[in-house]
Each structure stands twice: as structure tokens, then as C-alpha cells.
Design a protein. Sequence first.
Lengths: 389, 143
Amino acid sequence: MGRVAIIGVGQSKFVRNYPGSIKELSYEAYREAMDHAEITNENIDATIVCSAPEYDRQRSPAGVIMEYLGLNPQPTLYTESLCSSSSTGLRLGYSLIKSGLHDVVLVLGFQIMSQISSAETQERMGRGADIQWEAPFGTMMPAYYAMHAQAHMAKYGMTKEDLALVRVKAATYGQLNEKAVYRKPVTLEMFNDPAGFIGGPVASPLRGGDCCANADGSSCVILASEERAKQLCKKPVWIMGIGAASAPVNLAARDRYTGFVCAEMAASRAYKMAGITAKHINVAEVHDCFTIAEIFAYEGLGFAQPGGGPELIRSKEVYKEGRIPVNLDGGLLSKGHPIGATGGSQIRTIVLQLRGEAGAIQVKEPTFGLVHNMGGVGIYANITILGRE
Amino acid sequence: MAKEMIDDRFKKFGSVSFVAVSRVNDFIDYLDKGKLMGTRCSHCGSNFFPPRADCFKCRKSSMKWFEVKNTGELATFSTLTYAPAGFEKELPYTIAVLDYGKFRVFGRTDPAIPAEELRIGMQMKSEVTNTADGKLTYVFKKA
């Protein structure tokens, strides 16, 4: 059985108030990925469309989007796993190719979020948790992550300033990313101003600057079988390992809050499949929807020991020049987080790194890159390891 | 012919209920009597909170109710100063998990406890109460 490659990637700018429809937004990522792969619609055998459906008036968005992209009559399917929808799409695309059903599969993720207010978004996101037993207490994503941060602080002595350092790094690189929604510098001083957007309290211990912004955006990843990739693409990037796992939605059903068990499980599956360990990874994109989520990723992926995450950001080992560069595209904290598009955007960054096309954020000749994409509060995890050879 | 009555007791739970019908709707009647209840599988003895109608461990659906008594340990918490739509007027409030050992309970702490007095590991107890709108809920009080 041959391998599976990524032969093209694209994403729209991530913005507030995208002036168009979900079809038009999807087209932007599709066009960039098709140009990148230098192929035509005749090369595409099937498509997978990914988003979180509660933001759309359109039911079954795969149909209208495929019509708009001219991809009928090829088969299409729709998938969602909250914020990890498009890496779940990648997993499905990989399976379709591995099974021999299709040779080239296009995975498209999208989300338009800014047509509803932030409070309404929090209500919808809160309903990504258990609506019977937890949402009636007024839950929301920042508060769930805050509960996890609180537990990590109590056990390991992490501080609010450690969390702020994650945002400072994100902003350092976000300023370089012309597709990011937030491109201003962020300093520790800004976190000390409780009246400001960055320093204002949201859910203790998290402040405004610890949270990513909602955004509108799309992403596109084109997969091919080994045989077709070698015909179509000069610089294929190979899927070396693909690991997934799930965890209970109810916090009451979890036995610890100092990390995400499903990410740890998914990572160990991905490393095993790729035949490598954390120390082989040269560059990573992790799901930093909140600063604490990036600290958890350092530990869950094995870049640091449990409790050692804060030291990694303090020592700047996760900067471009460090031992394991993380989120050099600015991460979700800078790019914004259009739920269904985020995983594809992370994959795009790592593919560009492995192809040597990452521009100002290019690390030196990486061999292996890793993508960590989570859905909900550690409910779903997809870890993907990509390689040049 | 009269329309069959729908057992929608669950809509009385919490500040905003998103579920009206559940096979553990008796939970609401117990709350009404001041009792916070979980379920225990009468076949394998597993304790469940939140209560469930079906046991995934032994694939039996014969549950018995048990009361959440004594104290639990505060496992984690967060005080919200920003709320999702529908909860704004209750700000600030603190959501938390109490660990009772064999099960855990998700809820809110008593608003009378200042947030700075909360510490992970402190002993607390669950107590049934009403929301400002008179719906049924429970809070965690200092033990």
C-alpha cells in the first residue's frame, strides 16, 4: 500500500466581517490550493467539506460549495468535530486514498463566525460542551480552559505571566502573517492593564489576551496517492503519522485537568505510526485557542515533561531560533480561529515549512513537522506528522 | 384524542435549560425535594454523576438513585467576568468541579463565597437551591 501526500495547500485571509458568502469564502482557499498544486478540477476525485454547522443558515454546505467550485459530479461528504473539523477531514481523506477508493481528495474547511455577536458565539461554543449537565451553569470555552489553567497552576506553579508569554510569542510572529486577523504587538505590560482588551479579566485566571478571536476564513488541503503525487507534484509532503483520540465531554467524567488525555493519546499513536519521537520534530503548529492550550500542547506532545511547559516558553525554546519552534505563523491567537478552517491552516503552515516556502518564518531545512488540532475542550484530538521524504 | 403529555421536567434545571426531556427526569423531582442525586447501576454498582439511565459498562439499564452526600474536594474552578448570551445578569459567577472520589459533580460555587477564598483541594458540599428566576439548581458551599 502506497503512502499519501499533500500536493497543495491554501487559505483565505482570516478576517472579521468577511464581505461574502460561505461559497465565496471557500473559493479563496480552493483557488490558492489549486494554484499551489498546479492542477485542475479534472484531477480531483472527491471532496470533503469541514465546518461547525451551528454558524450557518445553509444546511448541508458541502453541496452548494462543490457546485460553486465546479466540482460536481465528483462525490462529496461533510464532516465536523468542532474546532478540529478540517484535520478530521484530512484523516478521512487519508483513509479514502489508503482504501484505494480515490486517488486525489480535496479537503476544504470554512467558517463564517462574525455575523453573530461574541456573546452569542460563546453561547454556541458553550453548547459544544454537554448541554444537559454543564451548559445550564453558564459555561463557555474560555471558562473551561481557565479551569484547566487553574488546575495546572495549583499543581505545577505556573503563573499568569507564563501564559502571557505565549501570547507575546504569538504576536511576535502574527505581525509577520498577512493572513492573520490580529497583527499588533502584544507586551507583558498590556496584560497588566485590567481596563484594556489584553489585560481585562474574562474567566479567572485567563484574560483577554489569553484568548483567540473569532474570525471568518477558509482553508484547503489537497491529498494524493503516492503514485499520483509523483506524477502531479515536484515537492510532495508526506503524511507520516496520523493519530486521533477522544475524551469525555463532561468535566465530571475526567480524572485530571492538568492536561488533555486525548491529545497525549493521539500524539503517541501518531509518533508510533511515523516511527519517530518528539525529539525528531523540527517545527510544530499547535492548537493555541487559549494560551494554556499551547502549554498543554508542549507537555502533551512530549516537547516538555508534565509541568515543564512554562519553562519552554520562558527559555524561548519555542521561538524560531529555539529547540522546537511552535506556531511561527502566529497561531490561533494571532490568526483568529474560524473553527472549520483552522486545522487546514495549521497543515498549510507546516507544508510550506517542509517545502521551504515559509518565507520570513522559514526554519532551516526541517525534516519532520507536526500539527496538533483539538476539538472542543480536549474532546477531540488529531495529531498529524508530516515529512519531506 | 388528547395529545400525549410530554414529560419535560428537565426544562426546570439551571439558569438556561437546553434540554427538556430526558430519561433521568426524576432528577428534577429530587431537586425539588432538596436532594441532589446520582445513579448507581444495580448490576455492576458503578456510580454516575451526572446521573444516567443506561450503564455502558455492563449494558444494563436498571439504575437506582443515590444521594450526593458528605463533602467533596474542590478539583478546579473559574470565576467568569464575561458570560455567554442568557447568563449576563448573573455575573460574576464561579463554575467548579467537586471531586467526591467515586464520582465528580460540575456546578457553581455559592455566590456568597468570595472568589479569593476558593482554593483547589478545599472541602465543599453540594446544596440544592433556586436560581434568581426560581428554577432548580445546586451550589457548592464551604464544608
